[in-house]
Ligand binder design. Structure first.
Ligand SMILES: Nc1ncnc2c1ncn2[C@@H]1O[C@H](COP(=O)(O)OP(=O)(O)O)[C@@H](O)[C@H]1O
Ligand SMILES: [Mg+2]
Length: 340
């Protein structure tokens, strides 16, 4: 039955056909990344069937249950989900702070499930920068901002630490504040120092976990502008996880996460440049006007119908429906309609 449905969708969503076809013939956990179905070199992040289980003495929490996610190099995107949906877990896995329990996780061509401890250490230093909601705890309050940025670079053995730290703080709009002690800076300014530190070792990916959770709206806008600058001028891939749906206007694509699985996607209808041009008119624009909702057909050919649609069509959860192909459209019938 599942096979049937799968081939059914495959005829409609033709481009998925090759992916699932390959899946049956190639080794899922193959040694060569190029052998992994669906993975291409322009993916900076590729998750498939990603599982994370937290085990303690008598409990087991499945935080990620077979998550699929594809992010292309140079994207600036967000992952939205309620508290407990698995956002931080996913960030920690991508950042190499924790290891997956099963599945596929490839970041910038490196397979995180086959990494030795020493490789993981190098990976963390080289590939990713982290921005958290409350970064101040990682900063040294009695040192000037510039030293806070310089120190991690000195530790990493960079010779141009001072110059680079000054450049980064300038980029963050903190040129006039860099000699101030951290304790003399506002929360928003401290957050920008933290972003400079995250950028210190030229990471390819910036992972931001609720980066604006503790700042006001104006500061949040400033932080998003900095992210955009890092994205367009330095080509850094930016991934922001948040529970705040308003994030969508700041990114090109939003993926939803629920119970450790990704769901629907919102893709920006206009390019960022086009949008900047009409920025004045942007205030108060509804999400639906800027983004188009896409439902993802996953690698197994499953798709999740949004709750609102099910409600409108009066389809209860855990019920059976019929689907038919009508003039190149897939139509879902509830039991009642079908009997008419
Ligand atoms: N270290 C841990 N040990 C046990 N359970 C955890 C741990 N970290 C997270 N969890 C659980 O995993 C689930 C996902 O958590 P998390 O990734 O922090 O969600 P989010 O960031 O979306 O709020 C939650 O049920 C949470 O309680
Ligand atoms: Mg979290």
């Amino acid at each position: 039955m599942i096979k049937k449905i799968k081939s059914f969708f495959n005829t409609v969503f033709k481009k998925h056909k090759t992916d699932s076809d390959e899946m049956e013939t190639k080794n899922f956990y193959g040694q060569d990344e190029s052998e992994i179905p669906g993975y291409t070199p322009d993916h900076i992040i590729f998750c498939d069937g990603l599982v994370k289980i937290y085990k303690s003495k008598d409990t087991e929490v499945v935080a990620l249950q077979g998550l699929e996610l594809e992010i292309k190099k140079g994207e600036m995107m967000a992952i939205i989900g309620n508290s407990g949906s698995g956002k931080s877990t996913l960030m920690n896995l991508i950042g190499g702070l924790d290891v997956p329990s099963a599945g596929t996780l490839i970041v910038d061509g490196e397979n995180l499930l086959r990494m030795k401890k020493s490789e993981l250490l190098r990976y963390k230093k080289e590939k990713v920068g982290f921005v958290w909601q409350n970064n101040a705890r990682n900063l040294i309050p009695y040192l000037p901002a510039i030293h806070n940025v310089e120190i991690p670079m000195i530790l990493a053995g960079r010779k141009d630490a001072k110059k680079r730290a000054a450049e980064l703080l300038d980029l963050m709009g903190l040129k006039d504040r860099m000699k101030n002690r951290l304790s003399q800076l506002s929360g928003g300014e401290q957050q920008r120092v933290a972003i400079a530190i995250a950028m210190a070792n030229d990471p390819k990916i910036l992972l931001a976990d609720e980066p604006t959770g503790a700042v006001d709206t104006a500061t949040a806008a400033l932080i998003y502008n900095i992210f955009r600058k890092l994205n367009t001028e330095y080509g850094v891939t930016i991934i922001i996880v948040t529970h705040d749906r308003a994030i969508s206007k700041n990114v090109d694509r939003v993926v939803t996460i629920e119970d450790g699985r990704t769901g629907s996607e919102y893709i920006k209808k206009k390019s960022y440049k086009e949008q900047i041009m009409e920025l004045d008119r942007m205030t108060g624009v509804e999400e639906s006007e800027t983004h188009e909702e896409m439902i993802v057909v996953d690698r197994q050919g499953r798709l999740k119908i949004p709750e609102e649609y099910l409600e409108l069509a009066k389809i209860p959860n855990n019920s059976k429906v019929r689907i038919k192909m009508e003039e190149e459209k897939i139509v879902i019938y509830t039991e009642e309609k079908d009997e008419e």
